[in-house]
Design a protein around this ligand. Structure first.
Ligand SMILES: *Cc1c(COP(=O)(O)O)cnc(C)c1O
Length: 403
């Protein structure tokens, strides 16, 4: 049976070149990067510093500004809780927005329980914040603004360059969750005024369980209080023996993104657009969620009205995608991200996220389009609601009989 993987916003397969680069660091090059007294340690340290350079190069940053972590959830926690604690004397107010990943929302909620004030900005129907609202929300005691670059569910890009400029003018630190854009959308931390940026290995064809946090070292010099103490690794911001093979993998994955930055994002966007064109030309009532153009190259999020997302996923079970209710796992609540955009419960429940990656081909897309079109038509053929809507009945005005 053919299987197509279109859930690259959730995780990506490791690139074989990444795996090849990692393997020696599990075998003969197993040293501890903190061992200063022998060649095993030096070899590991050299590999870690090389990877630091590779990640920094994607961001226009310096190698010293990269802190290794276990993934972007940890990076977000260090950035948000670490800044809140370190700068507590300056103020205890943080600004974020409602469609952030849970790894930003939950640390913010945690801080709310521990004496901080948090402003959750709303978004427009495309998922973007309003810069004037952000400017108005910044107060004397604001220490941090945390607004993601690209959204994982709907792909919408936030205007990070303008947010960074505003934060600089107002003397507030700016953190962005860059998981969905690192290596896919050009980022220059200096041009964009970014002070902290989170990224993850497994979203860019690197390994799981390794990530990084960019922490600005000059103008201004930013320091995060550690969450994990012990040994003072990573400029005292994150202790623990470094995951050398994982770091080598993340570095190689970052380098591959950088080398193909001129062609690969455009190829991904073309695949995404090919899928949307095929779906929207063959199906009525297919609605694009998120912003039509200001979105990450990999993400397509579509609501198929009158069809349950979960039923559709079962109908195309050889194609890996996610639905608007699957993200918060077991719960059947519609996605909070789609709700924040003003998408109604019905349409949120009928949404599917398709996300393309390096190993997808046009043949994958054409196969997927054909399978989805067939499945949607089949489900709609069984739907009395769809039939009524086709006959011109305004479903919002129907008075349903209650048994
Ligand atoms: C995947 C993802 C995370 C979490 O990253 P992990 O490395 O899995 O902890 C955080 N934010 C966004 C936007 C993501 O897509």
């Amino acid at each position: 049976m053919r299987r197509v993987y279109l859930d690259n916003n959730a995780t990506t397969p490791v690139d074989p070149q990444v795996l090849d680069a990692m393997l020696p660091y599990f075998r003969e090059k197993f040293g501890n990067a903190a061992s200063r007294s022998h060649a095993f340690g030096w070899e590991a340290e050299e590999a870690v510093e090389n990877a630091r350079q590779q990640v920094a190069a994607v961001l226009g940053a310096e190698a010293k500004e990269i802190i290794w972590t276990s993934g972007a959830s940890e990076s977000n926690n260090i950035a948000i809780k670490g800044v809140a604690e370190k700068y507590a004397e300056k103020g205890r107010h943080i600004i974020t927005q409602i469609t952030e990943h849970k790894a930003v929302i939950d640390p913010c909620k945690y801080l709310e329980q521990h004496g901080c004030r948090v402003t959750f900005l709303p978004v427009d129907k495309y998922g973007r914040i309003d810069l004037q609202q952000l400017a108005a929300a910044i107060k004397d005691d604001t220490v941090l603004v945390s607004i993601m670059h690209g959204n994982n569910e709907i792909g919408t890009l936030q205007p990070v360059g303008e947010i960074g400029k505003l934060c600089k003018q107002r003397g507030v630190l700016f953190h962005t969750d860059g998981c969905q854009t690192f290596g896919k959308v050009p980022i220059d931390v200096n041009e964009m005024g970014i002070d902290l940026l989170s990224l993850s290995g497994h979203k860019i064809h690197g390994p799981k369980g390794v990530g990084a946090l960019y922490v600005r070292r000059k103008r201004p010099r930013v320091i995060c209080e550690a969450i994990i103490h012990g040994g003072g690794h990573e400029r005292n911001m994150r202790s623990g023996t470094l995951n050398v093979p994982g770091i080598v993998g993340l570095g190689t994955a970052a380098e591959l993104c950088r080398l193909h930055m001129d062609t690969e994002p455009a190829r991904l966007a073309a695949l995404r657009d090919r899928l949307w064109t095929a779906l929207s030309s063959q199906l009525d009532n297919a609605i694009l969620n998120g912003h039509a153009t200001d979105r990450t190259p990999s993400n397509l999020n579509v609501s198929f009205a009158y069809v349950e997302g979960e039923s559709l996923m079962m109908g195309i079970n050889d194609i890996a995608v996610s639905s608007g209710s699957a993200c918060t796992s077991a719960s059947l609540e519609p996605s909070y991200v789609l709700k924040a955009l003003g998408v109604g419960d019905e349409l949120a429940h009928s949404s599917i996220r398709f996300s393309v990656g390096r190993f997808n081909t046009e043949a994958d897309i054409d196969y997927t389009a054909e399978r989805v079109v067939t499945a949607v038509r089949k489900l709609r053929a069984m739907s009395p609601l769809y039939e009524m809507a086709q006959e011109g009945v305004d479903l919002t005005k129907v008075e349903w009989a209650h048994p």
